[in-house]
Design a protein around this ligand. Structure first.
Ligand SMILES: CSCC[C@H](NC=O)C(=O)N[C@@H](C)C(=O)N[C@@H](CO)C(=O)O
Length: 696
């Protein structure tokens, strides 16, 4: 323990067990009448090895305390209100009305319904292949189910029989003829997503009754011939439930894919192309309350010379041209909801280290910033009065919480949610510096309690991933407060390629990762190490994913840091391109020459800084080959001395059963424990214990 931390009041960030046990809030849905808000809370199980989720209700008026409304060992998620007020959700919990022998079946995600009038949740629908998600319409008692089917199956019974054959033969093999074959940490296939209409028994609003399995609602496949085109795409349903608009990913030859928009008639399954623009990948935003207009999100398709750009448009669903929406606004908006009178669209967009809520007037294109604080908003929903919105809000000072937003007065207030804000072991400051080309570089600086000129804090430079992102929201994955609790200051800069600073910030780093992103990071570091509350002689750099790429690049280009931590990092760009799960994306990011010019592995001989390499074997985005090659090349070619046992000061923390993220709570503890140990040794000169769970 450092002298600094001994004097700090205890916070959950001083104890990894308390940190992983903090409940985590995600998602927010509002009932169509605006009277009920439902969120999801993840809590740690008794063995501290897994998170389970439950649904909680939050009073939109802020009067009542939040209350838990579901409970089961398997957890609940995917909440969505039916027009009449009943709540659908998904869960792999057992059916209390199930037949004998059901308990022995492998649990799959099924659809459950919690009646608005109270009472127990009832199983609505379960199928052998499980259910991915449910979409409900706001104005009619209609629901669409997204679920996977084996492509050759003729109906639900046949799908079940084919699954049984695979399962009993213990076959996991997948025969592919197209691309992609993996996504983040999931193997794609052999099943493919389909959309189903949920054919209800009984009339909307009719009191629920306990129904026999045979009488339960049925699924009607409305996309039987979709092939693999609906994998990992977004879809929306019209307010009257008659139309689904979806992205469709079409092959464009040689492993490439692009997204167009299709309209599916729910009654007939008839599908038509709504919008196809070879220059853009398209995804659907919300449909206007009158059902006439779709918000379209357009992501410009890149080349090595043309950087990405994201814009919105309005598309008449009855046919017509796409009308750009706020095209002159130099931000990348994510559409969230329409105002009930159809006059404006509520969006969020990264902006200078925050992600505020904005309103775009559809008649004038005028953009109004609604939330003024330096926080990030997600899951925004609008109440039927059109004056109030609700959202999840977080920042580097607090994890997600439920807030109410007054759209007229532009004020925000926290509601009585299921979780409290934790005490922090320090404070947050916004700092800025100017790069050589005049670009302003903004950063968040976490300062540990007690840092002052008499006791300057050691500094950790943390580099975000993407690279198209920004340090602007709370993350459980890289919490700077755990390091602040150990006495470190943590610098969170937004270099070139970060979002929220205009298109120029993207353009100046595109295809040149080793140039402006690197020099911006160094400029941000230079600007804080001159502070008298920071100790310039004790610094380290860390990053994950693209941030890990940057950490590797830094290692080969400067010895200013005492240690470097590189997690799930890109090392050799020539091999990364064809082995990542989305090579077609990478192909449009750099030419082979640019990849070679910007590849950290060419600079391994310059590396003289101890590096902690961290990688998960199930990482399909940055495949394990990057970590393995980095590790071997560090040992065989970097400048660090090797002792007679073949050991250097480099370390490799390998997770055989984790992916791009470290998800298991016990592994998150090991991650933070090993990182803390490595930094204490190389930055502070302290010997600390390794996590006992490593068994060393
Ligand atoms: C397949 S090429 C990279 C696509 C994407 N880049 C977008 O900016 C991406 O996934 N990059 C990862 C290498 C990465 O840095 N991921 C970030 C953000 O998800 C991370 O923090 O993991």
């Amino acid at each position: 323990m450092t002298p600094e931390s001994e004097q700090q009041p205890e916070t959950p960030f001083h104890d990894l067990d308390r940190f992983i046990a903090m409940p985590r809030l995600a998602s927010l849905v509002l009932s169509p009448d605006g009277s009920r808000l439902v969120t999801t809370v993840a809590t740690l199980n008794a063995k501290a090895t897994e998170y389970g989720t439950a649904l909680w209700e939050v009073d939109p008026r802020g009067e009542q305390s939040a209350r838990r409304i579901t409970s089961s060992a398997k957890g609940e998620t995917g909440a969505s209100f039916l027009a009449g007020g009943d709540l659908l959700f998904t869960s792999a919990r057992p059916d209390p009305e199930g037949a004998e022998g059901d308990a022995a079946k492998e649990p799959t995600n099924a659809i459950w319904r919690l009646p608005a009038r109270g009472g127990e949740a009832q199983l609505v629908l379960s199928r052998q292949g499980g259910v991915r998600s449910v979409l409900t319409s706001s104005g009619a008692e209609a629901a669409i189910v997204v679920a996977d089917v084996l492509p050759g199956s003729t109906d639900e019974g046949d799908d079940g029989a084919r699954r049984k054959v695979r399962k009993e033969a213990k076959v996991a093999a997948i025969l592919h003829s197209g691309y992609p074959v993996r996504y983040w940490d999931a193997d794609l296939g052999p099943a493919e997503p389909r959309y189903f209409a949920l054919e209800e028994q009984g009339s909307p609003g009719e009191p629920l009754r306990t129904v026999d399995a045979a009488d339960r609602p049925k699924l009607r496949n409305i996309t039987p011939t979709a092939g693999s085109t609906l994998r990992n795409v977004k879809q929306v349903i019209s307010p009257d439930g008659s139309v689904v608009v979806t992205s469709v990913r079409i092959p464009v030859g040689q492993g490439g894919l692009r997204s167009i928009l299709a309209r599916i008639d729910v009654a007939t399954g008839e599908r038509s192309v709504l919008l196809d623009d070879p220059g853009y990948d398209l995804s659907p935003g919300p449909i206007s309350p009158d059902g006439a207009t779709l918000v379209v999100h357009r992501a410009r398709r890149t080349t090595a010379e043309v950087a990405p750009q994201q814009t919105l448009g309005l598309l008449p669903l009855a046919g017509g041209d796409l009308l750009p929406l706020a095209a002159e606004w130099d931000r990348w908006p994510s559409p969230a909801a329409w105002l009930p009178d159809g006059s404006a669209v509520l969006v969020t967009a990264d902006e200078e280290g925050a992600s505020p809520v904005f309103l775009i007037d559809v008649a004038t294109d005028a953009v109004t910033r609604v939330t003024g604080d330096a926080a990030s908003y997600t899951d925004a929903v609008v109440a039927p009065d059109g004056r109030t919105a609700y959202a999840l809000r977080s920042s580097y000072e607090f994890p997600p919480e439920v807030v109410t937003i007054d759209l007229i007065n532009r004020t925000v207030a926290a509601l009585r949610g299921p979780v409290e804000r934790p005490a922090l072991p320090g404070r947050l400051e916004r700092v800025e510096t100017t790069a050589d080309d005049g670009q302003l570089i903004g950063s968040w600086l976490v300062l540990p309690t007690g840092a002052d000129p008499a006791r300057p804090a050691p500094l950790l430079l943390w580099i975000h991933g993407g690279p198209l992102g920004s340090w602007n929201a709370w993350t459980w994955r890289w919490s700077p407060w755990l390091l602040a609790a150990q006495g470190y200051a943590v610098l969170l800069p937004d270099p070139a390629l970060s979002t929220g600073y205009g298109q120029h910030m993207i353009d100046r780093g595109w295809g040149q990762w080793g140039k402006a992103p690197f020099t911006d990071l160094m400029a941000a570091t230079d600007a804080v190490v001159v502070r008298d509350d920071i100790d310039e002689t004790r610094t380290a750099a860390m990053g994950g994913s693209f941030g890990g790429y940057m950490a590797n690049w830094i290692a080969g280009h400067t010895d200013r840091f005492a240690a470097i931590v590189t997690h799930a990092s890109l090392w050799a760009l020539d091999q990364f391109g064809p082995t990542t799960d989305a090579s077609y994306y990478w192909e449009k990011e750099m030419t082979p020459e640019m990849a070679s010019d910007n590849s950290p592995h060419h600079h391994v001989e310059n590396i003289s800084t101890p590096m902690l390499v961290i990688h998960g074997d199930k990482d399909y985005r940055v495949p394990i080959g990057e970590g393995l090659r980095l590790w071997y090349e560090l040992l065989s070619r970097s400048q660090l001395a090797v002792d007679e046992d073949g050991r250097t000061d480099h370390r490799f923390l390998y997770f055989p059963d984790e992916n791009h993220w470290i998800l298991k709570p016990q592994h998150a503890k090991v991650w933070y424990g090993v990182v803390g140990h490595f930094l204490a040794h190389h930055v502070l000169g302290n010997r600390t214990d390794l996590p006992p769970e490593l068994g060393l």
